[in-house]
Design a binder for this molecule. Structure first.
Ligand code: BES
Ligand code: ZN
Ligand code: ZN
Length: 461
């Protein structure tokens, strides 16, 4: 990533212009440039390459222009790096666009090629490099791009290579990079330490379930705890998913990926907070010792839960982790989870839905997301729906029997494990691009991560 953005002022000028300013820009150009653009049928949208017309360098590349609708959109330049011929360019754009341009530039280079053979990789085109005059800006763009790439890589990695142990290793490596600590409770020890639901969901897999606990920063700073759903593969359990529903369930550890990406942003920016990241990591598998529909589990908090559907496993692993997060007095708990199909139905695949009891935090996150083109939409914790997951034999059931309001009932379930006076935000995210957009290829994606980071950054610096 480092060679894609360089400090300096050398290279072919690359001018980024907004559509609304194009005609004015065109009018300021030489007769030859105007004629070239007209004859190459350029209409002021996307990339245009201008040649040198002076006799000495005639025919060489002189100038590249890229016209976009909105240059401050973080993905406006998301496909630019792959469109330009290789070489060294220097950025020519209004300063206020630089941050978004640099981020989009880097994200355009993202590719998940771990499983391509060397031969396939060799045919890959060489990427251009962009010179920018501000090192701060380069560093910041790289930090955002690395965190986003981390989320994407973790989600894209096939489940066989991204089991609880691999998530644990990733957390460990990340902690080492920034001087954090990781401890893990693995397998039967989960029962010893009273994490019954994490154990129940994960016990049927040959890959032992675990609770990963990363801490970082100065304990005197405000405590913030992130919790991420780390279901490495969600087969549905005994309530097995049909083929189409199971196909992409390697992404069910997307919440874990999001909190690790967010932790990376927080640690690389050295935010003055004390960070704790809790990841219940399990595989929801089928075996003779799998939890069954109708079983009752006493959760860490003491609430008894009847398993109505083994496919509603995310809230089960999260509820013990949330209870622990809440034990440890923190200023704010934020969880991320690929929790319900219902959230996709409500908001589509490209908006992160979130729930919180705190109006101020909701507003802060929404505004931060809008600023940085990472939309987050608040959903209601509508209390009367609590009745929908009541149980006749236990304190509650793990899901509602009906087909409606699934994202809300899942959030209400989680709310039961966080005390009333704790600030808590729950994100239900897709973690996956199902269509390719500029700078956002098909596959793993971070949703709401930059929004939350910007909210935290504004609050804690
Ligand atoms: N991991 C799924 C939710 C999911 C599905 C997220 C598709 C993103 C895309 C979760 O564990 C699940 O299976 N939820 C069920 C809950 C139901 C059984 C109450 C769902 O949403 O159908
Ligand atoms: Zn499930
Ligand atoms: Zn799941």
């Amino acid at each position: 990533m480092n060679n894609l953005l360089t400090l300096g002022n050398n290279g072919t000028p690359l001018t980024i212009i907004e559509k609304s300013a194009y005609s004015q820009w065109l009018a300021s150009q030489s007769q030859s440039n105007q004629q070239w653009l007209q004859q190459t049928n350029y209409h002021g949208e996307g990339l245009a390459l201008l040649p040198n017309f002076s006799t000495k360098e005639e025919g060489t590349l002189c100038h590249a222009i890229f016209v976009v609708e909105n240059a401050s959109h973080y993905f406006a330049c998301g496909n630019l790096i792959t469109l330009l011929p290789p070489g060294q360019y220097k950025l020519n754009a209004a300063k206020e666009y630089h941050q978004a341009i640099c981020f989009g530039w880097l994200m355009g280079a993202y590719e998940f090629s771990t499983y391509k053979t060397q031969k396939a990789k060799e045919t890959k085109k060489e990427l251009p490099s962009l010179a920018v005059i501000d090192q701060e800006l380069i560093d910041s763009a790289i930090r955002y791009a690395q965190a986003t790439a981390l989320v994407r890589d973790l989600v894209n990695t096939p489940a066989a290579d991204m089991m609880p142990q691999n998530i644990g290793d990733t957390a460990q490596a990340l902690a080492e990079l920034f001087d954090g600590q990781v401890s893990q409770i693995i397998g039967e020890d989960l029962l010893v330490h009273n994490y019954p639901t994490i154990h129940a969901v994960g016990r049927a897999s040959v890959h032992q379930p675990r609770l990963i606990d990363l801490t970082w920063g100065n304990k005197k700073n405000p405590h913030i705890t992130l919790v991420g759903k780390g279901v490495c593969f969600d087969s549905g359990g005994l309530d097995l998913k049909p083929a189409a529903g199971m196909r992409n369930m390697k992404k069910d550890m997307g919440g874990a990926a999001h909190v690790l990406g967010l932790a990376r942003l927080i640690m690389s920016h050295k935010l003055p907070i004390y960070l704790r990241v809790l990841i219940p990591a399990v595989e929801n598998a089928v075996s003779s010792n799998a939890m069954r529909p109708g079983d009752v589990i006493t959760t860490r908090k003491g609430i008894t839960v009847e398993i109505d559907n083994t496919d509603a496993e995310g809230r089960l692993v999260l509820c013990d982790a949330l209870a622990e997060a809440d034990n440890d007095k923190t200023e704010l708990i934020i969880d991320f989870a690929t929790l319900t199909g219902a959230m996709r139905v409500a908001l589509g695949t490209e908006i992160a839905g979130f729930f919180t009891t705190n109006d101020k935090i909701a507003e802060g996150i929404t505004n931060a997301g809008n600023k940085i083109n990472d939309p987050a939409w608040r959903m209601p914790l509508y209390q009367p729906y609590t009745d929908l997951f009541s149980s006749t034999i236990a304190d509650m059931s793990n899901c509602s029997a009906g087909p409606f309001g699934g994202a809300i009932t899942a959030a209400l379930y989680l709310e039961k494990f966080v005390s009333k006076n704790t600030n808590w935000v729950h994100f239900d995210v897709m973690a996956f691009n199902v269509r390719s957009l500029s700078g956002r290829p098909l596959g793993g994606e971070a949703f709401g991560m930059r929004a939350v980071f910007n909210y935290l950054q504004a609050k804690y610096t």
